[in-house]
Design a protein around this ligand. Sequence first.
Ligand code: HEC
Ligand code: HEC
Ligand code: HEC
Ligand code: HEC
Ligand code: HEC
Ligand code: HEC
Length: 161
Amino acid sequence: MTWLLLAAGLILQAQEGAKVCAACHSDPFEELQKHKHFAKSISCETCHGASEQHRNAVGATPPDKVAAPDQQPALCGACHPAQRKPFESSKHGQLVLAKSRTRAASCGTCHGVHSARNAVAMLRQCERCHAALPAACKKEGEAAGKLICATCHDPHTLARR
Ligand code: HEC
Ligand code: HEC
Ligand code: HEC
Ligand code: HEC
Ligand code: HEC
Ligand code: HEC
């Protein structure tokens, strides 16, 4: 019972915190509310810090943290280690971590950072960078609700399945 109350309290706290940011950032706030993160009390502060100076200066000073693509594997991977490791050793991960001029996908590129992208929205991301694909990459198929590319390529290691 105490545990339940405590958990409810944490969620409430995160939601109250987010409202402070929502006053000036309604889009990320609305998106995040639909993400599983929000129900688990992962909110603005978790990824951006309390950003007090930023708020008081009405955005004239930067927030405490904004994870660039090469910092996202560490940020997201702190809670998702099962995806971090395979991603970091993949071709995408190597390019991202090396801050290569060749833009490759980081965690947020595929998943989004505030709203969780579904399979169709993720496919659009793949297509943005992989316009021309080998004939072996058939895009038709039955993978309803799942990313079609992922039936043959693991999305984190990129190894063929
Ligand atoms: C009083 C208004 C205000 C509040 C409150 C506020 N911000 Fe901002 N924020 C701004 C303005 C203005 C900008 C710069 C213009 C823009 O990019 O929209 C900005 C930009 C940002 C950016 C982009 C910075 C970048 O380098 O790209 C992030 C991230 C951000 N805010 C996070 C937050 C978070 C998290 C909170 C709550 C803890 C918050 N803000 C509260 C006004 C505010
Ligand atoms: C799971 C981590 C995470 C959470 C939670 C999160 N953000 Fe972000 N946010 C990021 C990352 C990473 C970026 C940088 C994305 C990029 O540059 O590609 C970002 C970018 C932003 C930006 C600038 C770009 C844009 O989308 O407008 C704003 C403003 C922002 N966040 C505000 C917020 C607010 C307000 C909240 C809470 C309602 C929030 N964020 C919650 C990770 C998060
Ligand atoms: C503080 C820990 C934490 C951080 C940081 C974090 N996550 Fe999560 N993430 C979670 C939890 C907890 C869940 C919910 C798991 C569940 O309910 O099954 C989750 C769920 C997810 C899901 C599944 C969403 C769904 O609809 O099924 C994705 C994708 C995800 N996170 C990606 C990210 C990305 C990308 C970042 C960085 C921008 C990130 N996470 C940062 C803890 C975190
Ligand atoms: C190239 C695109 C891509 C990148 C980059 C990527 N992912 Fe994923 N991720 C996916 C896809 C697609 C799935 C769906 C699962 C599948 O089909 O195997 C997934 C699944 C997940 C899940 C499980 C969500 C669920 O359905 O329960 C989490 C958590 C996650 N990824 C986190 C991350 C993190 C953290 C990073 C960065 C270290 C990352 N991903 C990088 C595409 C990507
Ligand atoms: C921001 C751009 C970008 C996005 C988005 C992106 N990729 Fe990539 N991808 C790259 C780059 C760059 C390479 C490296 C190409 C090379 O080495 O010639 C790559 C390589 C690959 C490889 C080959 C891996 C290897 O070991 O040679 C596969 C498979 C792949 N991507 C699949 C995907 C899938 C599936 C998605 C969507 C879920 C996706 N990519 C999203 C840029 C991207
Ligand atoms: C039916 C299985 C299948 C599907 C679905 C598929 N691929 Fe492939 N993909 C392959 C095979 C097999 C190869 C190797 C082809 C070759 O060597 O000529 C390949 C090669 C690639 C390569 C070149 C790098 C490498 O590993 O040789 C990229 C990039 C790639 N696929 C991306 C994608 C993307 C993005 C999607 C979704 C739009 C996708 N694939 C869907 C089977 C598939």
